[in-house]
Design a binder for this molecule. Structure first.
Ligand SMILES: NC(=O)N[C@@H](O)C(=O)O
Ligand code: NI
Length: 176
């Protein structure tokens, strides 16, 4: 079994795919009579052309993913960005590949949010649908709504599958 290894979720490592949404090591300015720190413009919402507009949603995933998880597909949103912001401080996994006509499995990168970090995928970045580690997880989503189709999916051959191990559990016996 080919397993993906984790890359540290830093602004630099994630830059080819989008933005890390976090207050850690970020500048802020004080507002509201000095009572509040504003971490300004951590990411930009791209709603593309035409009638695109930014919308805010919540993804609630009652059951966490099961591991080892086979990477069966990646998807992309060519018309706009998509941000995932944890609402319950639960760690979650992020699997991405650079923008291209088709995803390059060898260029896939796996990241782990510590539950405080969010991510904003730039338009066209290939990514796996939300991968959660704990039941009943909820994340705030900021992405695009419009008339143009905005979700391309590419499915991989089971015979040459990549797998994801649970980041906090020992690999099952017999896995590489
Ligand atoms: N389809 C949808 O709204 N969700 C995906 O885009 C995803 O990245 O989880
Ligand atoms: Ni998506």
């Amino acid at each position: 079994m080919k397993h993906l290894t984790l890359t540290p979720l830093t602004a630099e490592h994630f830059a080819p795919f989008g933005d890390v949404i976090s207050t850690e090591d970020k500048d802020f300015f004080l507002i509201n009579s000095g009572s509040t720190e504003r971490y300004h413009s951590l990411a930009t919402v791209n709603t593309g052309a035409d009638d695109g507009r930014a919308i805010i949603s919540i993804f609630r995933k009652p059951v966490a993913d099961r591991f080892p998880l086979q990477v069966k597909l990646l998807e992309r949103h060519p018309q706009g960005s998509q941000a995932f912001i944890p609402l319950q401080r639960k760690p979650f996994l992020i699997l991405v590949a650079p923008p291209a006509d088709a995803p390059d499995p060898s260029a896939m990168r796996l990241f782990l949010s510590d539950g405080r970090q969010g991510v904003n995928y730039h338009a066209g970045v290939w990514h796996h649908p939300l991968i959660t580690l704990e039941d009943d997880d909820q994340l705030l989503i900021v992405d695009r709504q419009g008339q143009l189709p905005n979700c391309d999916e590419v499915f991989f051959d089971d015979a040459d599958a990549w797998w994801i191990a649970h980041p906090f559990q020992e690999k099952e016996e017999g896995t590489l």
